[in-house]
Design a protein around this ligand. Structure first.
Ligand code: 1HE
Length: 267
């Protein structure tokens, strides 16, 4: 186990660091000297980390060290790949990011500074995004002569629509943190330096949910949303019955009915 694995039973490259805080894991992109650009070892490290998460971990926070969340693909690696290697490389990103999106537990990304190219694709694979005010978003693929390769063509249109993804790539424009919040790239917008605490707060809140509800949100809800309505509604009914039939749900409902459960209060 490498020193940077933070007690997790996984070998991490120097570009990743993990920490554990109770039932929350924090994974840092830790290559600030290259603005957390994602090279092959980082992609494989992300895949391994999420595949090997212990059952005791109930939510993950993903953040970046240094001034930027992530400068995207390591452009230095690109020059040496032929077409077949390019496909294999993109597929390796797909595998790694699927481990996040359809992994064991929800993942909260904490964004600041540049969230560009593959960095935005990585953020889009997470379930919630907290953005600090310094955050800006871009897809410079057009100017680099490349294309999305980390699942962004699938995930980003779901967040902001095909039209805005086109705008980002065709014009090379950037969206600031406020625009990102309005367009649906982030769920929370916080002051600079406050992102990690907010991300941990959300992860701790997620960790108190019933695991089966979190599973349904991660794995079933997105599939329902892409189903035809009849199949989607049937799947919803099946999932609802499975969830409410669990001992966990019964205990939580009993707690509420016997005045022990938390009320839903605005705050
Ligand atoms: C890098 C990379 C990188 C920085 N690959 N080395 N991504 C991009 O097109 C973004 C390219 N990066 C930038 O535009 C800027 O670096 C930033 C705006 C993110 C940050 O600027 P700054 O002034 O803080 O840093 P810097 O001086 O530009 O970079 C510091 C070092 O990081 C420098 O290396 P050094 O050896 O000269 O110190 C940079 O070369 C290095 N660096 N970004 C490699 N991306 C699955 S497909 C995904 C497709 C994409 O992601 S396309 C988008 C690629």
């Amino acid at each position: 186990m490498s020193k940077s694995a933070g007690g997790f039973d996984v070998e991490l490259p120097p570009s990743l660091k993990a920490e554990r805080r109770g039932d929350i894991a924090i994974l840092f992109l830790a290559r600030p000297e290259k603005r957390n650009a994602i090279d092959d070892p980082t992609v494989f490290g992300i895949e391994e980390f999420f595949a090997a998460l212990p059952d005791a971990i109930k939510a993950v926070v993903l953040a970046g060290e240094g001034e930027h969340f992530c400068a995207g693909l390591d452009l230095g690696e690109l020059t040496s790949r032929d077409v077949a290697q390019g496909i294999a490389h993109s597929r390796s990103w797909h595998r790694a990011f699927e481990r996040i999106e359809f992994g064991k537990v929800p993942v909260v990304a904490v964004l600041h500074g540049a969230v560009v190219g593959g960095g935005l694709e990585l953020a889009a694979a997470c379930h919630l995004r907290v953005a600090e005010r310094s955050t800006y978003y871009a897809l410079p693929e057009g100017s680099r002569g490349i294309f999305l390769g980390g699942g962004g063509s699938m995930r980003l249109p779901r967040l902001i629509g095909v039209s805005r993804v086109m705008e980002l790539i065709l014009t090379g424009c950037t969206y600031g943190a406020e625009e990102g919040q309005t367009f649906g790239l982030s769920h929370a917008l916080v002051d600079d330096g406050a992102g990690l605490a907010k991300g941990i707060e959300l992860a701790e809140r997620i960790a108190t949910n019933a695991p089966l509800s979190n599973f349904a949100v991660m794995h079933v809800l997105p599939r329902i949303a892409e189903s035809d309505p009849a199949s989607g509604l049937l799947t919803e009914s099946l999932m609802a019955a499975i969830a409410q039939g669990s001992d966990d749900a019964k205990a939580r409902l009993k707690d509420f009915l016997e005045k022990r459960g938390k009320k839903v209060l605005r705050g």
